[in-house]
Design a binder for this molecule. Structure first.
Ligand SMILES: Nc1ncnc2c1ncn2[C@@H]1O[C@H](COP(=O)(O)OP(=O)(O)OP(=O)(O)O)[C@@H](O)[C@H]1O
Ligand SMILES: [Mg+2]
Length: 506
């Protein structure tokens, strides 16, 4: 790398880090200037989060240069990094569920009244001011338990911006956010930049990088590849640097013959969550569910699959009633559900990758009774390869995988059950550009083979590219059912923001 400019806040060069047999970083590097927003991009497993964790004091590097504000540093704890003026928003929120929102925000630095008494009023007021700045409505007094991922991420963001930091690193902060929330986060990020702070932004969404960042550094296979001004590069150039080949970002669904009704949902109602939800999904059809974060899309999916209950209404699969709140029965009947929060609901992270992929398969085949470790590995392997899960061994614990690769394992595990109805909540969240098209192709192929697919996605381009029909959810109601030919960003967004009055057709 060339000589760093004198004012660079952060300089990493030829940084190495291995975990056992895995070389996570062979030559990681980035140079971040004050008053700029710097994108860090690379495929799943490229080493981005590992680099960030070295800066944050979570991991110590094995070798290479690490300079912060003109000094050589070597943090041995996250407290070191924090004290030096570095804040990090991690890929996975790390809140304490049994503490209040405000306590999570001010963990370890609560405002005090006298002696040791915590000044709760001041804490709540500070929290509210922070949320105002982010333009969100969150009650600082409520427990963190049960908050949506988007809300958890907002608390992490509020926590990071409330610290007086010289460097703010955001590792895929927008993965759980959509639309308005992303815009607000960007406004705050720009304000911090204009105050002269340095920001690092990791994302797999190119439109965000081009909208927000000044500079972009690309990593591949644990090594630094290139740094460029965002204004002087293009998506294609970045992608080529990331993967060393040309890739299409989206794979449009290929037309498939539409068969009989597979799923019929009638008048589903759950007080405070969703109301009068009715729709059908037929074999070979991909039905997209669009809407703003918090509109109730995931809640509907969870009720249909049986993770949550509902107050009234019914769910039928192939004409048979599906019992309420009985996921095992749903799996037996042929349903699969890839949830939004993979870490909590989808992945048994301590057990091996092969076991994770095979676990659902095993449950589905309960009558066969037993899956030998060999057939387990075989089943896992086929899907892991198809989704390009990047690991050295399938018998590694899933916790050590990169964020995007964990997503792929969860997807693989459910696909291995060969369901007749697949419900996927944010199927490509956190998945890199190279594999995204592969996931789309896979969903399209599965529909082509007669599977019925329900796909919830906050990415409009993904919904418009993949769905035969788009259901739009707003405030817990289906406000539109739009055919592929008539689905445009405008028709979908209009319905997504159309509060109250449900409307047939669109
Ligand atoms: N604690 C660990 N133990 C073993 N291997 C690890 C550990 N942490 C990371 N790795 C490995 O290091 C490599 C880089 O992972 P990292 O999480 O840095 O990727 P990433 O670029 O952030 O990917 P993503 O876009 O999927 O989040 C991966 O192969 C991962 O499996
Ligand atoms: Mg990562």
């Amino acid at each position: 790398m060339s000589e760093p400019a004198p004012e660079a806040v952060l300089v990493l060069d030829e940084v190495r880090k291995t975990f056992g047999a895995t070389a996570a970083l062979t030559s990681g590097g980035i140079t971040v200037e004050a008053g700029s927003i710097h994108a860090l991009v690379g495929e799943n497993g490229a080493g981005k989060s590992t680099l960030v964790k070295i800066v944050a004091g979570v991991h110590r590097r094995d070798g290479g240069t690490f300079r912060f504000q003109g000094r050589d540093v070597d943090f041995t704890s996250t407290a070191d990094a924090k004290a030096a003026g570095i804040a990090v928003i991690y890929q996975e929120p790390t809140l304490f569920p049994d503490l209040s929102v405000a306590e999570n925000l001010f963990m370890g630095r609560q405002p005090r009244k006298s002696a040791h008494r915590i000044d709760r009023a001041a804490m709540y007021e500070h929290s509210e001011l922070l949320f105002q700045r982010l333009g969100v409505h969150l009650d600082p007094r409520r427990f963190a338990r049960g908050l949506s991922i988007a809300d958890q991420q907002i608390i992490e963001i509020a926590k990071a911006i409330s610290l007086d930091t010289a460097l703010l690193i955001m590792d895929e902060p927008t993965a759980a956010l959509s639309g308005v929330e992303v815009d607000r986060l960007f406004a705050v990020a720009r304000a911090l930049r204009d105050e002269g702070r340095a920001l690092v932004f990791i994302s797999h969404r190119f439109e965000e990088i081009f909208a927000l960042c000044d500079t972009v550094t690309v990593m591949r296979d644990g090594a630094y590849v290139a740094t460029q001004a965002v204004a002087e590069t293009s998506r294609d150039e970045i992608v080529a640097q990331m993967v060393g080949r040309e890739v299409a970002e989206l794979f449009p669904k290929t037309p498939a013959p539409i068969g009989d009704t597979v799923l019929r949902v009638e008048g589903l109602h759950s007080t405070g969550k969703f109301h009068d939800v009715s729709f059908e999904v037929r074999a070979g059809e991909i039905v997209g569910i669009a809407g703003l974060v918090g509109a109730g899309r995931s809640e509907i999916a969870r009720a249909v699959f049986g993770v949550d209950g509902y107050d009234s209404g019914s769910v039928h699969l192939h004409g048979e009633a599906v019992p309420m709140r009985d996921p095992q029965a749903s799996i037996k009947a042929g349903m699969a559900f890839v949830p939004e929060d993979r870490r909590l609901q989808g992945l048994v992270t301590e057990s091996s990758i092969a076991r994770n992929i095979a676990s659902v398969l095993r449950r589905g085949l309960a009558r066969a009774g037993f899956l030998s470790p060999r057939s387990e590995l075989r089943a896992a392997d086929a899907w892991a390869q198809r989704l390009q899960v990047k690991t050295h061994a399938l018998d590694m614990p899933a916790t050590t995988m990169s964020g995007g690769n964990q997503q792929k394992v969860v997807l693989a595990k459910w696909l291995a059950t060969e369901p007749s109805l697949l419900i996927v909540d944010e199927p490509t969240r956190g998945i890199d550009v190279g594999t995204k098209a592969e996931v789309h192709r896979l969903l399209s192929d599965l529909a082509g083979q007669g599977m019925a697919v329900v796909m919830i996605s906050s990415e409009l381009a993904e919904v418009l590219g993949m769905a035969d029909r788009v259901l739009v959810v707003c405030e817990g109601r289906i406000t539109a059912d739009i055919d592929r030919d008539r689905a445009t960003p405008e028709t979908v967004m209009r319905a997504a923001t159309q509060t109250h009055r449900p409307e047939a057709g669109a």
